[in-house]
Design a binder for this molecule. Structure first.
Ligand SMILES: C[S@@+](CC[C@H](N)C(=O)[O-])C[C@H]1O[C@@H](n2cnc3c(N)ncnc32)[C@H](O)[C@@H]1O
Length: 451
């Protein structure tokens, strides 16, 4: 039914995200190629271009699961739900960009409460369908009652409260991307998952997660923060901690695959598995970050009374990423999966897309940026490491300036350690070198540079 917030059919302008054609509302400005932070919302059906990198990584992760069979056995289907899909750009990208040979295994459900956004999804999907039509029937076998919704060329689209949508069938892949905090959806998301599943959660309430809004952090996440150089990492770990403990309450355990602080939001992706024993062990990976006098920190399960003031938590203190999966998220891979071929671009232009050579170059740069540093940091982020902010090094090492990050990495590598930049808006790096080694290397490099 028409809604007075909707735009007449056929209005708006075309944009391309990944290799998928997207219709933007006519009152939404053409995105720049380097969108940062939350853009101005112009109404229902607004597409936040700053979330494009997160959607790109979602395409890569789902493609990786299908290609490497780490979620379901080869040839088995994956039931994927975007529970708060808005105009459905993510589900349309899954359908358009994941390799043709895996599409028949993907059963995709898109849900949102907003009828205008869903109408936009249907219109865009009809006008710009994926190259391969995927015709799977409504899966009444897995619903206790078939939910109200419609099948649209390989997308089952429904308009429900996400908490109901999540509980209605056992999905193996669930995406939760609300405005603000995801806490209201976590219980339903975990309970609705199949025995072995994958959950991706976005949180834009970074003030609460970092602790810069202490009362919201306490209320929503049951945590206390310290707003210093570790606040971004704390935010990621606080959200992971809540997901892990929520999962444990439902006899499930989690294994993080990717967890990032991406400017104005936190995004975590975890494998979730039903296991009473695993759930019982959740506290092994929960703890606090206690700041040390030398400027770094250590993780403890429980801070002593005199450490509490210097501690943030409780939070996830285990590994943050999966080495193999994150290690495959390279710049070459993202271009291969998500960038259009010459023929695809030609077809898009014929469909009305205005896209210059410069646009194409910027778009590729943006795709590469969405995975930059991930593969190189995958090993360290999946095991014990120490995190440093480059700007803290001079103070810590008692020198006047920081060395160049690349020079520091080369020196640490030559000394037999690992070191890698962390994908974050700030210059962070992780290493397995000791504090003394990092300080000594810093001093040596700074002395050599100032000689
Ligand atoms: C941030 S947007 C989702 C963006 C989308 N995932 C994307 O990548 O383009 C949040 C969406 O949640 C929807 N929403 C909010 N509360 C909801 C609820 N309880 N159930 C279903 N949808 C809801 C809103 O209508 C809105 O479209």
């Amino acid at each position: 039914m028409a809604d007075d917030r909707s735009e007449p059919s056929g209005t708006g302008h075309l944009w391309m995200e990944g290799k998928t054609l997207v219709k933007l509302r006519s009152d939404q400005e053409r995105p720049t190629h380097m969108p940062r932070g939350p853009a101005k919302r112009t109404g229902p059906g607004f597409l936040n271009p700053a979330m494009a990198p997160a959607r790109t990584r979602s395409v890569l992760l789902l493609a990786d699961a299908l290609e490497n069979d780490w979620l379901v056995k080869a040839e088995h289907d994956v039931r994927a739900l975007d529970a708060l899909c808005a105009t459905g750009v993510r589900v349309r990208r899954w359908r358009t960009e994941i390799m043709a040979e895996h599409q028949h295994r993907l059963r995709i459900t898109a849900n949102d409460l907003d009828s205008v956004a869903l109408e936009q999804l249907k219109e865009a999907h009809e006008r710009h369908p994926p190259a391969i039509a995927v015709g799977h029937a409504i899966e009444d076998d897995r619903y206790e009652r078939v939910p109200k919704g419609e099948m649209h060329n390989g997308l089952f689209i429904m308009q429900n409260d996400a908490r109901i949508a999540l509980m209605e069938a056992a999905y193996q892949w669930v995406d939760i991307d609300p405005f603000g905090s995801p806490v209201n959806f976590l219980d339903a998301a975990i309970q609705g998952l199949s025995r072995k599943a994958f959950l991706e959660v976005t949180a834009t309430d970074t003030a609460a997660l970092t602790g810069s809004s202490a009362s919201s952090q306490q209320r929503r996440y049951g945590a206390k923060g310290i707003v210093d150089s570790y606040a971004h990492d704390d935010a990621v770990r606080v959200l992971l901690g809540l997901i892990a403990t929520t999962a444990a309450r439902h006899d499930r355990c989690v294994e993080p695959v990717l967890a990032l602080f991406d400017g104005h939001h936190v995004r975590v992706s975890v494998k979730v598995r039903r296991s009473r024993d695993g759930a019982s062990n959740v506290l092994d990976d929960m703890g606090w970050r206690v700041r040390a006098d030398n400027g770094t920190y250590r993780f403890v399960h429980h801070p002593s009374p005199d450490e509490v003031e210097r501690a943030s938590g409780p939070m996830w203190i285990g590994a943050l990423w999966n080495r193999e999966i994150a290690g495959r998220m390279t710049e070459e891979r993202v271009v291969a999966v998500c960038s259009p071929s010459e023929n695809e671009l030609k077809a898009h232009r014929e469909a009305g897309l205005v896209w210059t050579e410069d646009d194409q170059e910027y778009a590729q740069r943006e795709l590469r940026r969405s995975v930059r540093y991930i593969a190189e940091a995958a090993d360290l982020m999946s095991r014990e490491h120490t995190l440093y902010h480059m700007d803290d090094l001079p103070n810590m090492a008692g020198v006047g300036q920081a060395p160049k990050m690349e020079a520091l990495f080369t020196a640490l590598h030559e000394a037999g350690f690992s070191a890698a930049r962390v994908p974050d808006i700030d210059p962070f790096f992780v290493t397995d070198a000791s504090f003394e080694e990092v300080m000594e290397t810093t001093r040596t490099l700074v002395a050599a540079a100032t000689e």
